[in-house]
Write a protein that binds this ligand. Structure first.
Ligand code: AKB
Length: 319
């Protein structure tokens, strides 16, 4: 990868991934793609080029790829699971028509393409414990439907046209830099903000609901490592299970309460997010990623909690 375009560079993953990629490949070689209304600011704006890159605009994307001689694209444009249930047609347009635009550009211009999948690609018929790499995927949310289709279409373009598509199934991602927007796992970020602000947390997910989660530094490393992996070792491509921790709201509350004594939480489950959460795995098996490209997480729950709280205290004190 020499010249990279990040589509969705100002979102929860994009804002940190763009900076990480610039650190590795050089600021001028990583273009921060954004949509009007979500312009890059501060370090993200100043550390390299940026361009309007709407996945639904094939012509505009092709112009950026030509102008910057792009050979790898990180496609992070998506409506997350809860908001996709409210706007299913828009989710389809962004996730599927947008993907097709990028796959076609990648085919024509020989770009490598990363489009993440998610734990959302699984459904209620999927084995919940140690969810295998290759298993039943019959999701019941629009987000999940688009994620399974993303995996299939990305594999199709690899087998049919030789496009270098690769990706991972992200768990719920936890970070202190940019807030997620409209996901089922967002509670695991919001809970830290409430604790550091000294507020009671009203949890939209019921006690006993387990989901895979991951700290952002591990997720960013996974996104870079899968794209740098030796292709001759990859039996799978779209998409690899990756895992690092699984918890329910009680377990994360207890972890936070050790650092923030007196932290309080009560439950008010949101029916939409709760139904989605119940249809997802409790814990994925990531042994294929470990075997095929040496994936290994670094952060467990306690390390993540310590880092989140320390960094949020600094961030919120400045706000
Ligand atoms: C969501 O909750 O929608 C996302 C995801 C797990 O893909 N964070």
């Amino acid at each position: 990868m020499k010249n990279i375009l990040v589509v969705g560079s100002t979102g929860q993953i994009g804002s940190e991934l763009t900076m990480k990629l610039r650190g590795i490949y050089g600021g001028n070689n990583v273009v921060a793609g954004y949509i009007p209304g979500a312009e890059p600011k501060g370090e993200l704006l100043e550390s390299g080029p940026s361009a309007v890159a709407d996945v639904r605009d094939a012509k505009g994307l092709a112009e950026i790829v030509a102008k910057y001689n792009i050979d790898a694209i990180y496609n992070l444009a998506a409506l997350l699971s809860a908001v996709a249930e409210r706007k299913p047609l828009m989710a389809w347009d962004i996730q599927m028509n947008g993907l097709l635009n990028l796959l076609e550009i990648s085919r024509e211009k020989s770009c490598a393409l990363f489009t993440p999948s998610s734990i959302g690609s699984f459904g209620p018929d999927t084995p919940k414990q140690n969810t295998p790499q290759d298993t039943i995927q019959r999701p019941t949310s629009m987000y999940g439907v688009t994620k399974v289709a993303t995996e299939l279409l990305s594999d199709y373009y690899h087998h049919k046209f030789g496009v270098d598509t690769r990706s991972v199934r992200f768990p719920g991602l936890i970070s202190y830099t940019t807030l997620p927007g409209g996901g089922t796992t967002d509670y695991a970020v919001e809970i830290y903000y409430a604790a550091v602000k000294g507020e009671e947390f009203v949890c939209p997910i019921a006690k006993g609901t387990f989901m895979d989660m991951m700290y952002m530094p591990d997720a960013l490393r996974a996104a870079v490592e899968i794209m740098e992996a030796d292709p001759s070792r990859l039996n799978h491509r779209n998409s690899f299970n990756i895992a690092s921790m699984s918890f329910d709201p009680e377990i994360i509350r207890a972890s936070i309460a050790k650092a923030v004594p007196g932290f309080r939480m009560r439950y008010e489950p949101d029916p939409v997010r709760q139904a989605i959460a119940e249809s997802w795995p409790d814990k994925m098996d990531d042994s294929c990623a470990r075997a095929e490209w040496d994936w290994k997480p670094e952060f467990g729950l306690e390390e993540m909690t310590a880092d989140m709280i320390a960094n949020l205290r600094i961030k919120l004190a400045k706000a």
